[in-house]
Design a protein. Structure first.
Length: 277
C-alpha cells in the first residue's frame, strides 16, 4: 500500500490515495500503520476517496481503529495533497465528511499549498445533539465532578463532541490521568474530546487536548474551533482567536452573522512510502 505521511500542527496521519489504492479493512490498517514502534507512526489513518456529493471524500480512523467523523487538521492536509499531487487545480474545494460537506480555501505559494482555511460550519450547542446527558439545553460553565475534582465545563460539537475547561496553566496538567476520566465518563454516550484552555488575553489562548480514541495529540482542529466558541460563550475572548497548540498555531474566526466557524492553519507533507500489510 502506497501512503503519504502528513501533519497539521503535529497532528499526523497516514494518508492513502484511494483513487489508486484499495484499503480492505481500514480499522485494522489504522491500528497497524499508527503504531510508532512497529508501524509508520501516526494519530490514525485518513483515506482520500471519490465522492458523489463533493470534490472528494474523507474517511478517517483513529489509532485504536475507531472511525472518526471529522478532523480539522486532516481536512487541511487532504486539501494540500489533492492540489500538490494534481488531483485538482482548484483553490476552493468541497470535501465530504461524516460531519457534512466542508469547504476549503487553499492558499498557494510557489505551486504548493501553504495554508488552508476551512469553513468548519455551525457549532452545535444543544446538549442532546453533542451528545451529553446533562438535562439542560446548553452546557456552559457547568460544574461537573470528574475523578474527585470539580471542573467547570462548556460543551460544543463541531460534528464531534468536545468538553472545554478553563485552567490557570495548561503545562502543569496531568493529562494522562484527567483525559481518560473525561473521555469515558458516562455523561458522554459517544465519549468526548476534552480541551484544556489557558486564556492569555482577549485574542490568544493556550490549548492542550485529549482526543477520544487517540489520547493527547499535538493539535486538534475541531477542538480548536470548539474551544474558540467556548471562549466566546464564556465572554473570555473576541470572535477571532489565535490558539497555541503543542504542535503549532491555528487561527479561529467566528462569524456571528452566519453562525459559522472558520479555521486557518498549515498543512505539511513529511514523506511518502510503501508498506506491506
Amino acid at each position: 500500500m502506497k501512503f503519504t505521511k502528513m501533519h497539521g500542527c503535529g497532528n499526523d496521519y497516514v494518508y492513502v490515495n484511494c483513487f489508486e489504492e484499495t484499503v480492505d479493512n481500514p480499522s485494522e490498517v489504522a491500528k497497524i500503520v499508527s503504531d510508532r514502534h512497529f508501524g509508520i507512526g501516526s494519530d490514525g489513518l485518513i483515506l482520500i476517496c471519490p465522492s458523489e456529493k463533493a470534490d472528494f471524500r474523507m474517511a478517517m480512523y483513529n489509532l485504536d481503529g475507531s472511525e472518526g467523523k471529522m478532523c480539522g487538521n486532516g481536512v487541511r492536509c487532504i486539501a494540500k495533497y489533492v492540489y500538490d499531487h494534481h488531483l485538482t487545480d482548484k483553490t476552493r474545494i468541497s470535501l465530504e465528511t461524516l460531519a457534512g460537506i466542508k469547504y476549503l480555501d487553499l492558499q498557494v505559494e510557489n505551486g504548493k499549498v501553504s495554508t488552508v482555511t476551512v469553513d468548519m460550519g455551525e457549532p452545535i450547542l444543544e446538549a442532546a445533539e453533542i451528545p451529553v446527558t446533562i438535562p439542560k439545553d446548553r452546557i456552559i460553565d457547568e460544574p461537573v465532578d470528574i475523578d474527585g475534582k470539580t471542573w467547570n465545563m462548556t460543551c460544543v460539537s463541531m460534528g464531534n463532541p468536545h468538553a472545554i475547561v478553563f485552567v490557570d496553566d495548561t503545562q502543569s496538567l496531568d493529562l494522562e490521568k484527567i483525559g481518560p476520566a473525561f473521555e469515558k465518563h458516562p455523561m458522554f454516550p459517544e465519549q468526548v474530546n476534552t480541551e484544556f484552555l489557558q486564556v492569555l488575553d482577549r485574542h490568544t489562548v493556550n490549548m492542550r487536548v485529549w482526543e477520544r480514541g487517540s489520547g493527547e495529540t499535538l493539535a486538534c482542529g475541531t477542538g480548536a474551533c470548539a474551544s474558540a466558541m467556548a471562549c466566546i460563550l464564556n465572554g473570555k475572548t473576541e470572535h477571532e482567536v489565535l490558539i497555541h497548540l503543542l504542535g503549532g498555531d491555528l487561527r479561529i474566526t467566528y462569524d456571528p452573522d452566519k453562525n459559522r466557524i472558520f479555521m486557518t492553519g498549515p498543512a505539511t507533507e513529511v514523506f511518502s512510502g510503501e508498506i506491506d500489510l
